[in-house]
Design a protein around this ligand. Structure first.
Ligand code: NAP
Length: 285
C-alpha cells in the first residue's frame, strides 16, 4: 500500500481501519475482535482508536486482536501503525502521560505509533506538547499529532511549539460530503508536509447510499463507498481511516486504496460534490 511521509520521519499507510463505536457493547466484542483480526490478515497496517471510544473498550478490542495476530504470526509489530488519542481533559503535562500509559496497557503494547490530542480543550497547548515530546523521548509513542484542529489552531500550535518538535499529523472530518478542510487547512498542511488523516471518509456510511456517486461508481465497476474512499486519498497528503466491521466492507475498503481515478472522474466528482468556495468552520463529529 502507498504510504505518506511524516514530517517527523517514518511513514504512514494511506488507508487504515477506524474503530469508533467498537468496544461499547460486550455482546459485540467477539465480532469486533474478529473484524480487526481479519483486517490485519487482509493487509490493513494502520488501526485508529482512542481512549474515548467505548471508554477504553475499543482499545481493548484492538489490543486483543493485535495480540492474537502477533501470536499467530500474521504480522510483525514493526509493520503495524497504531494510532490512539488522549481526551482533551486529560491533556495536561502529567495527565497526558498517565492516559498514554492506560492506553498502552489496554492495547497490550510497549508503544503507540501516533498519539493525538483528540480535540482542543482547556489545557495549554505548550503543556500537552511537552508531555507528548517526553513520551516520544521515552519511546512510549513514535510520533505525536492533533485532531480536529482548524487552520488557526494549527497556526497557534506552530507558535506554541516554535523551533520545537513537529506535529506529525492532523486528523479531521473530510469526505466527499464534507470537503471544508480542502479550502485552507489542507493547503496549509501540505505546505508544511503534515499529513491530514480523513475521519468519517464515507460520511459514516451515508456516501455508500449516495445515488449520484453510486451511478458513477457502477460505470467504473466499483462501489460508491470505494469511490468515496479513493477520491479522499487521491488528494496529495491525505490518508483515510474508514471504520468497518462487516467482512465485505473491510475487503472493499482495502481494495479502494489501489484505485486510480482519472481526471474526468475527479471532475465528475467535483460536479456531484463541489469543493468549498469559501472558508467554513471545521465540521466535527
Ligand atoms: P466512516 O468510516 O465514514 O463510516 C463507517 C460506517 O460505514 C459503518 O457503519 C460501516 O459499517 C459503514 N461502511 C464501512 N465500509 C463500507 C462500505 N464499503 N460500504 C458500505 N458501508 C460501509 O465513519 P466513522 O466511523 O465516523 O469514521 C472512521 C473512523 O475515523 C472512526 O471509526 C474513528 O476511528 C475515526 N474518527 C475520528 C474522529 C475524531 O474526532 N478524531 C471522529 C470520528 C471518527 P460496518 O461497521 O457495519 O461495516
Amino acid at each position: 500500500m502507498r504510504t505518506l511521509q511524516l514530517p517527523t520521519g517514518g511513514e504512514m499507510p494511506v488507508l487504515g481501519l477506524g474503530t469508533w463505536r467498537m468496544g461499547e457493547n460486550a455482546g459485540h466484542r467477539a465480532a469486533e475482535v474478529k473484524a480487526v483480526r481479519e483486517a490485519i490478515a487482509l493487509g490493513y497496517r494502520l488501526v485508529d482508536t482512542a481512549e474515548m471510544y467505548g471508554e477504553g473498550g475499543a482499545e481493548t478490542v484492538v489490543g486483543q486482536a493485535i495480540g492474537e495476530a502477533l501470536r499467530a504470526g500474521d504480522v510483525r509489530r514493526e509493520a503495524l501503525f497504531v494510532v490512539s488519542k488522549v481526551y482533551p481533559h486529560n491533556a495536561s503535562r502529567r495527565g497526558t502521560r498517565d492516559a498514554c500509559e492506560r492506553s498502552l496497557k489496554r492495547l497490550g503494547l510497549d508503544a503507540i505509533d501516533l498519539y493525538l490530542l483528540h480535540w482542543r480543550g482547556s489545557h495549554a497547548l505548550r503543556e500537552t506538547v511537552a508531555a507528548m515530546q517526553s513520551l516520544v523521548d521515552d519511546g512510549r509513542i513514535g510520533h505525536w499529532g492533533v485532531s480536529n484542529f482548524d487552520t488557526d489552531d494549527m497556526e497557534e500550535l506552530a507558535q506554541a511549539v516554535g523551533d520545537g518538535p513537529v506535529c506529525a499529523a492532523n486528523q479531521v472530518n473530510l469526505s466527499l460530503g464534507e470537503r471544508g478542510p480542502e479550502f485552507s487547512l489542507l493547503p496549509w498542511q501540505r505546505e508544511r508536509g503534515v499529513p491530514l488523516m480523513a475521519y468519517s471518509p464515507i460520511d459514516q456510511g451515508a456516501l455508500a447510499e449516495d445515488e449520484g456517486l453510486g451511478e458513477l461508481a457502477a460505470r467504473l465497476g466499483v462501489t460508491a463507498a470505494q469511490l468515496a474512499l479513493a477520491s479522499v486519498i487521491a488528494r496529495p497528503g491525505v490518508a483515510a481511516i474508514p471504520k468497518a466491521v462487516r467482512s465485505a466492507h473491510l475487503k472493499e475498503n482495502l481494495a479502494a486504496a489501489e484505485l486510480k481515478l482519472d481526471a474526468a472522474t475527479l471532475e465528475e466528482l467535483d460536479r456531484l460534490h463541489p469543493p468549498p468556495r469559501r472558508k467554513r468552520p471545521l465540521a466535527m463529529i
